[in-house]
Design a protein around this ligand. Structure first.
Ligand SMILES: Cc1cc2nc3c(=O)[nH]c(=O)nc-3n(C[C@H](O)[C@H](O)[C@H](O)COP(=O)(O)O)c2cc1C
Length: 411
């Protein structure tokens, strides 16, 4: 049994990236960002605002970036002989992390009163902002308006996350994790490694109606499927998301098809299947449905009601029968004998990959933000991933789908 590890990719070799650091608590994380970008092969130049230098020293970032840090617009050019416009011209990307409410406002207003804002104005290439601030600052309508405006103008934004904040509050405002910022840099600079790929993803639960107001369902939140759809779209794929009823906002840039029952999901999946190269079935499809859906609400008259259920079609197995060279990925949420069920599912449904998780484990399965999964491949390989956020699990699954598609082309 070969157990793989999430592979490292060095995709930024030869890219010139300016990292702008502004005066927020998260400035200390910019050290990790600079380090990560350098590790990915990028030539990194740091510009710090005056406020940023209250939080982290230029020396740290100079050492990590292996380039002089620019802090003062009026300092005479020294050995690197670069003025603000020249650096903006040379850079493939400018990423500001953390981005304060202040810098976001200044850029939105066209202000250029220090080296960083001046360089932003001189940039013709992409600019990525990683906002980080107190939740009330982030939710301030002025900040939100500025972010919307910048997004409309083509600025890239990697949204902050929810959680405990350094200021003692809890809420949205924590800078996106450094790995996520680096992943966005990669996407922007490489055009997205899933470009040209069409993906069909299913998500959420199904509802099998008993009568017009009652149904059988399950607690699937849809988070795994939505994370897959969102990340795939951000990596350049064309995504069709067939989703059961969930309380999540539709991911940007994704074609969303809403369904309720397993039969509706099957019909939608069959419709879009011919147009895609890979299918990821993350939905928790009901195995059974009531044999009869009553047209009128069942009244509370009898002491006992017997519900007869009939089997729903197996959507994944149906696709397996006609898959051709498409890649098929299924999910298995199990409470016991995980490996045995996952391998059987692989065989019986002719899938290429089964993503299996034990839903009795803490932090895994329905309704959680994290997942610990084991990947079972058709060629017998297995891979165990640690407990990760569903977004990160999504990234790995997409990496693996891409690898499977590439190996198919070569093979
Ligand atoms: C301890 C401390 C922490 C701060 N943290 C943040 C922050 O996380 N986000 C933010 O937008 N502003 C924060 N500020 C306010 C900014 O430092 C202030 O708005 C400053 O003018 C930003 O300048 P700059 O955008 O040029 O770096 C903080 C201020 C202090 C004193």
């Amino acid at each position: 049994m070969a157990v793989g590890k999430a592979g490292e990719r060095k995709l930024l070799t030869g890219k010139c990236i300016i990292v702008g650091v502004t005066g927020g608590i998260a400035a200390y994380k910019s050290a990790e960002l600079v380090r990560g970008l350098v590790k990915e092969g990028a030539d990194v130049h740091v510009i710090m605002t005056a406020a940023a230098q209250e939080f982290i020293t230029p020396l740290t970032l100079q050492t990590l970036s292996r380039n002089p840090v620019i802090t003062d617009m009026f300092a005479p050019p020294s050995r690197w002989e670069v003025e603000h416009v020249a650096l903006a011209d040379r850079a493939d990307l400018l990423v500001i992390a953390p981005a304060t409410a202040n810098i976001i406002g200044k850029i939105a207003a066209g202000i250029a009163d220090d080296m960083l804002t001046t360089t932003v104005m001189a940039m013709t290439g992409p600019v990525l902002l990683a906002p980080a601030m107190n939740v009330h600052m982030y939710e301030n309508p002025v900040v939100q308006r500025n972010l919307r405006l910048l997004q409309e103008l083509g600025y890239h934004i990697v949204e902050p996350e929810e959680g405990p904040l350094a200021c003692g509050y809890s809420g949205k405002g924590r800078m996106a994790p450094v790995e996520k910022i680096i992943a966005r840099c990669r996407e922007i600079l490489t055009g997205g490694d899933l470009q040209g790929l069409s993906l069909l993803i299913t998500a959420g639960p199904t509802r099998e109606y008993i009568d017009p107001v009652r149904f059988i369902s399950n607690p699937s939140s849809g988070r795994m499927g939505y994370a897959l759809a969102e990340r795939a779209a951000q990596r350049g794929a064309e995504v069709i998301l067939v989703t059961g009823p969930v309380a999540l906002a539709p991911p940007a840039g994704v074609k969303v098809v809403q369904v309720e029952s397993a039969l509706e999901m099957q019909a939608a999946v069959e419709e879009y299947f011919p147009a895609v190269q890979a299918v990821i079935m993350a939905a928790a499809v009901g195995d059974y449905r009531p044999a009869v859906k009553e047209e009128k609400k069942i009244k509370k008259e009898k002491d006992e009601v017997v519900l007869r259920l009939v089997k729903n079609p197996d959507i994944l197995a149906g696709l397996g029968e006609k898959k051709g060279d498409k890649v098929l990925v299924g999910f298995a949420a199990e409470t016991h004998q995980l490996a045995e069920y996952a391998r059987r599912k692989l065989r019986e449904k002719k899938a290429d990959l089964i993503v299996a998780n034990d839903i009795t484990n803490p932090g895994s399965g329905f309704g959680t933000l994290t997942n610990a999964v084991r990947l079972f491949y058709a060629d017998g390989r297995e891979e165990e991933l640690p407990l990760m956020k569903k977004e990160d699990v999504a990234e790995v699954i997409l990496d693996r789908v891409l690898e499977l598609l590439k190996s198919r082309k070569v093979g």
